[in-house]
Design a protein around this ligand. Structure first.
Ligand code: G3H
Ligand code: 13P
Ligand code: NA
Ligand code: ZN
Length: 324
C-alpha cells in the first residue's frame, strides 16, 4: 500500500523509534527495499533524490540533467514502486529527497511520489519559507506530505545556539513550521552527507530535544528528520579496499548515537551512503569470484570503470541506469 509520510512518522513519534529512509537509484534496489521491509514487517520510506531522478531518467552526466530527465526518472521510479508496493501488506512511502526547486517537486508528485522534500536551506530564510510554502500548497492539495530543511548540514561548530551557528536554530524551526505548515523538518545538528563525516562525529542531540520541546509546548504537530545518518561500517570499507578499492578517511555516525536521538525527537533517519558502499563492495566481490564476467559486454564496461576508479563509492559512477 502506498501512503504519504504522516502516518508512518506518527507511529515512530508515538513509539519513540526512528523510521529509516533509504535512497534507491535502480529498480532492483526498489524491489530489494520493499522485500526487506516486508520481511521485517516494517513500513518503508524509499527515497529518490534529485540526482536519482535524473539518473533513472537516463542521464549520467549529472550537471547536465534536465527537468525532462527528472520527469522521466520520477515516472520510472514511481512505476517501479507501484509495481512492487501497491499490493504489499506494508505501508510504503515514495519520498523525493532534496528536491531543489518547485519544478523538481512537481515532477516527483506528478510521477507518483507520495511525499517530497523541498530543500531551501541554502536560501535566505524568508525565501526558504516562501518556496517551501509554495510546495506545501501544491503537495497538500494532492495528499502528498512535505519535508523542509533549515540549517547547513556540514556545520560543525561548538557554539550550538548562537546567531552565527549553522546548526538549526530551535526558535526559527518553530517559526518555519508555523509559516510553511510542513509535515517534517530536516535539521542540522552535527551530521553531514557522504562517507567522510570525520572520525568521531558528535550529534548535538540537545538541538533535537530543544526543537521538539518547543514544538510540543506550542502544539505543533510535525516530525524531525536526521540527514547524513550513515554509519559507514568499517568492515565494508576494509573489504572494498581489500578488493581493489581505495576508500580513505571514511567514517560515519555511531549507531548508538542514532538510537539515542530517535528517543529524543528524531523520527526519520536518512541513509544513502551505506547502501552505496555495500553495493560497491558487492560489485567488487562479484568480479573477483566470477572473473569471466569481465568478458561479457556490459559487465566488462562496469569492471573497467571500477578498476579505473578505486576511490569511487557511488555506484552511479560505474553503473548505467537499468530500468528493470
Ligand atoms: O542527501 C543526499 C543524497 O545522498 C544525495 O543523493 O546524489 O542522488 O542527489 P543524490
Ligand atoms: P548519508 O550520506 O549519511 O547516507 O545521508 C543520506 C541523506 O541524508 C539523504 O538525504
Ligand atoms: Na542544507
Ligand atoms: Zn540528506
Amino acid at each position: 500500500m502506498l501512503v504519504n509520510m504522516r502516518d508512518v512518522l506518527r507511529a515512530a513519534d508515538d513509539n519513540l523509534y526512528g523510521q529509516g529512509a533509504f535512497n534507491a537509484n535502480s529498480v532492483a534496489q526498489i524491489k530489494a527495499l520493499v522485500e526487506i521491509h516486508e520481511e521485517l514487517r516494517s513500513p518503508a520510506i524509499i527515497q529518490g533524490a534529485n540526482l536519482a531522478n535524473g539518473f533513472m531518467g537516463g542521464c549520467i552526466d549529472f550537471p547536465k540533467c534536465t527537468l525532462e530527465d527528472k520527469k522521466k526518472g520520477a515516472k520510472n521510479i514511481g512505476d517501479a514502486v507501484r509495481k512492487y508496493a501497491e499490493n504489499s501488506k506494508i505501508s510504503v512511502v515514495l519520498h523525493l529527497d532534496h528536491g531543489n526547486d518547485f519544478d523538481a517537486c512537481k515532477a516527483a508528485i506528478d510521477g507518483g511520489y507520495t511525499s517530497v522534500m523541498i530543500d531551501g536551506s541554502s536560501l535566505p530564510y524568508e525565501k526558504n519559507v516562501e518556496l517551501t510554502r509554495e510546495v506545501v500548497k501544491y503537495a497538500h492539495e494532492r495528499g502528498v506530505s512535505v519535508e523542509g530543511e533549515l540549517g547547513v548540514l556540514a556545520g560543525v561548530e561548538d557554539d550550538v545556539f548562537s546567531e552565527k551557528s549553522s546548526y538549526t536554530n530551535p526558535l526559527q524551526a518553530l517559526d518555519f513550521f508555523k509559516k510553511t505548515e510542513v509535515d517534517a523538518l530536516a535539521i542540522s545538528y552535527g551530521t553531514m552527507h557522504g562517507p567522510n563525516k570525520g572520525k568521531n562525529a558528535v550529534i548535538r542531540k540537545e538541538i533535537a530535544i530543544a526543537i521538539k520541546e518547543i514544538m510540543r509546548h506550542e502544539g505543533i504537530d510535525g516530525f524531525l528528520v536526521s540527514h547524513g545518518s550513515s554509519t559507514v561500517p568499517q568492515y565494508i570499507v576494509k573489504e572494498i579496499n581489500e578488493l581493489g578499492g581505495d576508500i580513505t578517511n571514511a567514517y560515519g555516525i555511531d549507531v548508538n548515537q542514532l538510537v539515542e536521538v530517535t528517543k529524543s525527537g528524531i523520527n526519520k533517519v536518512n541513509v544513502d551512503t551505506d547502501i552505496r558502499l555495500a553495493t560497491t563492495r558487492n560489485m567488487r566481490e562479484l568480479f573477483k569470484n566470477k572473473p569471466e564476467l569481465k568478458n561479457v559486454q556490459y559487465c566488462g564496461e562496469i569492471f573497467k570503470l571500477l578498476e579505473a576508479n578505486p576511490k569511487v563509492s557511488d555506484p552511479r559512477a560505474y553503473l548505467h541506469p537499468i530500468m528493470d
